[in-house]
Design a protein around this ligand. Structure first.
Ligand code: MV4
Length: 495
């Protein structure tokens, strides 16, 4: 086993990975940029190396600097987290060449699965159902138009290098087709440096259901059940849950077996996610494979009791899986909400700044994966995810009630968060009924106004009480009474 791991990431996911390393007796090396000198992951790691300027290209995306930091500190393996270098095949390959272990899949699997048309061909060869459409990219407009007629409208234009919705266009009739192709190509080119596009039949109102898989270097592959992630806003997931309200036991078994076949077809190793779209008639289709640990991995951990980061590290160290498919049972229900520093009343615009007060919810069945602390300033430079809140309960209904309670108990002052928006989603009838389709937000929350417009008086009273009983020692010029005043301790915050 490795005795030291470098974590090439920041924020809540870096903190999450450090936690498992500590349980395994593995020392940790954090890396950070100038903007992150006070970040929580730096405080929690055993060692920390400054990479330099805050621009990602000069810090968290800089392969040379990260490799040098691993060598300098004697870390033998690198965990990339999610985002940044996590799905970069050149980084995985460079680790190999430098004698470092990349905690993730082989570079070749990342490369193959990164091209959506290569992935589709690989899946078809292994009998995995894919959405009707093209098997290779095409740039000739006449050939594309002929393909669209063959597939039948509506069609969806997708970027071959895509994922995450960039370069996607829904086309409902042939007269819109050529304009849509041109703009999709341009968008794909600027987003991925690759303007290749292809076509699929457009599925109306599908669900997004993904399966967690684990594959070791000895050829064993298992799945750890599904996550339903249909509730998204502009291709950003907001709420995830497991089990999916849409699956029957037999459909779950069939999709799980298909996910395992997909992983085997791709020569996959380590933790990964096989994404499917599920249509109204419960037909499912392969969408893509995410070759990383995902943001929403904790809900799988809650219902299976398996630490996915531990599994990743053991697989990377060459160990054989000790779990077999029969060992995997889901117990209860889990939901995750993502807490970003963003303004839900201003188009979810980022809301960086100083967190003047933070109180995470607590109690049975609550997990808080948090990357920030009271007094920390959220930098403007990076993805504004602050934390993830996960609840776990015996049934879906109890889990929803627990999440609503936990969100109401969450106190974050100084930055704005979507907590009121999340409460309203979880409280709405369509969510309660499990009618969670990928158009959920557009259908039910296009023009959102908070149900409770006045401030949370109980929460605010609690916060003021907490703060006014805590003397701020660093403010020595204030007299005793003033130092305890919430007008001092709360800074610029006003209800
Ligand atoms: C689709 C689709 C409908 N039909 N493909 C969106 C991101 C990318 N990974 C794939 N996506 C979709 N592909 C076909 N043929 C609908 C979506 C889609 C979607 C998928 C998952 C979760 C949320 C979504 C929101 C809008 C569209």
């Amino acid at each position: 086993m490795f005795d030291k791991i470098l974590i090439a990431n920041r924020g809540e996911i870096a903190v999450r990975i450090i936690a498992t390393c500590r349980e395994m007796g593995i020392r940790t090396v954090a890396v950070y940029s100038d903007a992150d000198a006070d970040a929580l992951h730096v405080l929690e790691a055993d060692q920390a190396v400054c990479l330099g300027p805050s621009e990602p290209a000069q810090s968290y995306l800089n392969v040379d600097k990260i490799v040098a930091a691993a060598k300098e500190t004697g870390a033998r393996a690198i965990h990339p987290g999610y985002g940044f270098l996590a799905e970069n095949p050149a980084f995985a390959q460079r680790c190999d060449e430098e004698g470092l272990v990349f905690i993730g899949p082989p570079a070749q699997a990342i490369r193959d699965l990164g091209d959506k048309t290569v992935a589709r061909r690989t899946m078809i060869e292994s009998g995995v159902p894919v959405i009707p459409g093209m098997m290779s990219p095409e740039s000739d407009p006449a050939k594309l138009a002929a393909e669209a007629d063959r597939i039948g409208y509506p069609v969806l234009i997708k970027a071959a290098a895509g994922g995450g919705g960039k370069g996607m266009r829904v086309v409902r009739s042939s007269d819109e087709f050529s304009d849509a192709c041109e703009s999709a190509k341009r968008e794909a080119h600027s987003a991925f440096g690759n303007g290749d596009i292809y076509l699929e039949k457009y599925l109306e109102q599908p669900r997004h259901v993904e399966f967690q898989i684990l594959a070791d270097t000895h050829g064993n592959v298992i799945h750890l059940l599904e996550r339903e992630c249909s509730i998204q806003r502009r291709h950003q997931k907001i709420i995830e849950e497991t089990p999916s309200p849409a699956l029957t036991p037999s459909l779950r078994e069939e999709m799980g077996e298909t996910a395992v076949s997909a992983a085997k077809a791709a020569g996959y190793v380590n933790a990964g996610t096989v994404e499917f779209l599920l249509d109204k008639d419960n037909r499912f289709y392969f969408l893509e494979v995410n070759t990383r640990l995902q943001v929403e991995h904790p809900i799988t951990e809650m219902i299976t009791g398996i630490d996915l980061v531990r599994q990743q590290i053991e697989i990377a160290a060459g160990k054989e899986l000790t779990l077999s498919q029969e060992d995997i049972t889901g117990t209860g229900h889990a939901i995750e909400c993502r807490i970003y520093a963003e303004d839900p009343l201003n188009d979810f615009y980022p809301s960086p700044g100083k967190i003047s007060y933070l109180r995470e919810p607590r109690g049975p069945g609550i997990r808080s994966d948090c990357g920030v602390y009271s007094g920390y300033t959220v930098p403007v430079e990076y993805d504004p995810i602050l934390a993830k809140l996960i609840t776990f309960a015996a049934t879906r209904q109890e889990c929803i009630q627990r999440m609503i309670r936990a969100l109401r108990d969450y106190a974050i002052l100084g930055v704005l968060t979507p907590i009121p928006f999340l409460v309203d989603i979880l409280s709405c009838e369509a969510f309660m009924k499990g009618e969670t389709y990928t158009d959920f937000i557009d259908t039910h929350f296009k023009q959102w106004e908070p149900v409770i417009k006045d401030i949370d008086v109980v929460g605010l009273a609690y916060v003021i009480d907490q703060l006014s009983n805590r003397k701020i020692r660093t403010v020595s010029t204030l007299d005793e009474a003033e130092a305890y005043s919430p007008w001092q301790t709360l800074g610029n915050f006003r209800p």
